[in-house]
Every structure is written in structure tokens, then in C-alpha cells.
Design a protein around this ligand. Structure first.
Ligand code: OGA
Ligand code: MN
Length: 286
């Protein structure tokens, strides 16, 4: 069985047709999916029917699943499957049963604040609102390649702190305090320029803008550099927006894409389950 890959008219992304992600897929077919994923950075499978075990089993074909990120409750959303991150506005007894509620989420890399962030994120739409809650992705290969030469030279070798204290909707995770000074932000330090371990291409690796800090710079200089890089990297011509349909499984490369999400009307229900694949240490760029 060969897959059909329909590229989007966008700087990233393609739909893959002809794959039942719950099915018994050959290594050759997984290899074709991987190739399409490296070429397009993000792939969408429509009309999938996946329970948590099947979502995890499909994820495992691309590497070992990583644990879901720490959330505001301090407990896994689904204790039986702690690798699944629940993203929802569903409440039980007034308490959210997953991340983010109906809020907007600002641009981020999933788990960018850990030592080795995941290679892939897989987000599955179980219940999707008719409008709102679109997810946007920006191509960090292009962001790097379109920087002015002097900026590329300036950021080569610089590292930044990636904030762990809040989730992408700005809510503090359990056990963390509000950051008073970005120079003391908890979270890992990563180079601003990285090499993608599979493609060997350079990418811009931005810290979360909130509480981000470029090591070794005056705070004001770091703020100005980050503002400039973020404005550059999130221009419309580098981005693609996904409108969700129930049954969509979106798998993206977390090493060369950042993403954000629109808020939505809380009278709608949105329920997504997400997995992530453990990453590998990125090679150091020359
Ligand atoms: C996340 C995330 C996007 C979405 O949970 O990290 O980016 O569309 N979610 O809900
Ligand atoms: Mn995310």
C-alpha cells in the first residue's frame, strides 16, 4: 500500500490519504509516512478512530512516547496513560479536566524547557468546535534561513532559557512561582540555532517569549533580540493554520515548528488527546 501525500498551499504541511492509523501498518508504510513528515514538517490524517491505546501504539511506531508535560494540577490528567496530555475545556465539578480550557495558547515548542525536547507531537481531535480553536504552525527552517546575515552571525552560539513555569495559556504549573526576573527563569538552556538530527538543516529554536532570556546579554538587549526574532519567525508567510475536524490526527515535527492556538467560545466543547515522542540530543551546529 502506498500513501498519497497532498501538500498544502502553505510553507509547511500535507495531508496523508489512505492510512488507518489504528491499523496494522508495515514498517515500509511507516517509513513512507516518516519521509512525508520530514519533507512537510507536519502531516494530517483525517477521519481517524483512535482510542488512547491506539493513539499510543501509533505514536510508538515513531519512537518511545515521552511523558505528558507537568500541568497545573500536579497530577497526570489520565493516570492510566500518563503519556497522554489532555487539552480541553471540559470541566467536572468546576475543575478543568485538561490543559488550556478555551484560552488562546501563545507560540511555543512542546516541552522546549526540558533537556531533550520531543521530536514529534501528535494531537488528536476527539471533539472539535465548529469555529475557533484553530492551531497555527510556523516553519523554523525558513525563519532561520530568512534572517539577515548579521543576525544569523550574532545568534550563532547564543543560548536562551526556555521557561518551564507556565503552560502556553499562561497558567502556572503546580510547584512553580511567577518569574520576577527573566534572567532567573527556571527551565533548560538551549542554543538559539540547532541542527535537525535527521535532515541536518539549521533551525531557529526560540525560547517561550514569556520569561525568555538570552544568556550573557543585558536584559534589555535580550528583550529586544527576542522581540525581533519572534516577530520575524511568526510572520504570516512562514505559517499554516489548521482548522480541526473531529477525527483529525496532526503529527508535527517539534524540532522545526513552533505552534499556537486560537481561543474559542466556551459554550462549545473541545477535547484533544496528545502524545509526544522522546527526542534525541541535537547535534551541535558548526
Ligand atoms: C498543546 C497545544 C494545541 C491545540 O497542548 O501544547 O499546543 O490546538 N495544543 O490545542
Ligand atoms: Mn503545544
Amino acid at each position: 500500500m502506498a500513501i498519497e501525500v497532498r501538500k498544502f498551499d502553505a510553507p509547511l504541511g500535507a495531508e496523508i490519504i489512505g492510512v488507518d492509523c489504528a491499523g496494522d501498518l508495515s514498517d515500509a508504510l511507516i517509513g513512507e509516512i516518516e519521509e512525508a513528515w520530514y519533507d512537510n514538517l507536519l502531516v494530517v490524517f483525517r477521519d481517524q478512530e483512535l482510542d488512547d491505546d491506539r493513539l499510543t501504539a501509533f505514536t510508538r511506531r515513531f519512537g518511545e512516547p515521552d511523558m505528558a508535560p507537568p500541568n497545573p494540577t500536579g497530577r497526570p490528567w489520565l493516570p492510566a496513560t500518563p503519556e497522554i496530555n489532555v487539552v480541553t475545556n471540559i470541566r467536572v465539578d468546576g475543575e478543568l479536566t485538561g490543559n488550556a480550557g478555551n484560552s488562546e495558547m501563545s507560540w511555543h515548542t512542546d516541552l522546549g524547557y526540558i533537556e531533550v525536547p520531543p521530536s514529534a507531537s501528535l494531537l488528536y481531535g476527539i471533539t472539535c468546535p465548529p469555529v475557533g480553536g484553530d492551531t497555527y504552525f510556523a516553519n523554523m527552517y525558513l525563519a532561520y534561513e530568512t534572517l539577515p546575515d548579521e543576525t544569523r552571525e550574532k545568534i550563532q552560539g547564543l543560548k536562551a532559557i526556555h521557561d518551564i513555569t507556565t503552560n502556553a495559556s499562561g497558567v502556572l504549573r503546580a510547584g512553580y512561582a511567577k518569574v520576577a526576573d527573566p534572567r532567573e527563569t527556571p527551565g533548560c538552556r538551549h542554543p538559539l540555532v540547532r541542527l535537525h538530527p535527521q535532515t541536518g538543516r539549521k533551525t531557529l529554536f526560540l525560547p517561550r517569549r514569556l520569561n525568555g532570556y538570552v544568556l550573557g546579554l543585558e536584559l534589555a538587549e535580550s528583550e529586544a533580540l527576542l522581540d525581533m526574532l519572534w516577530a520575524h519567525a511568526t510572520r504570516d508567510e512562514l505559517t499554516f493554520g489548521h482548522k480541526w475536524r473531529q477525527g483529525d490526527l496532526v503529527m508535527w515535527d517539534n524540532r522545526c515548528l513552533i505552534h499556537r492556538r486560537d481561543g474559542f467560545d466556551d459554550s462549545y466543547t473541545r477535547l484533544m488527546h496528545r502524545t509526544q515522542v522522546k527526542g534525541t540530543e541535537p547535534p551541535i551546529p558548526a
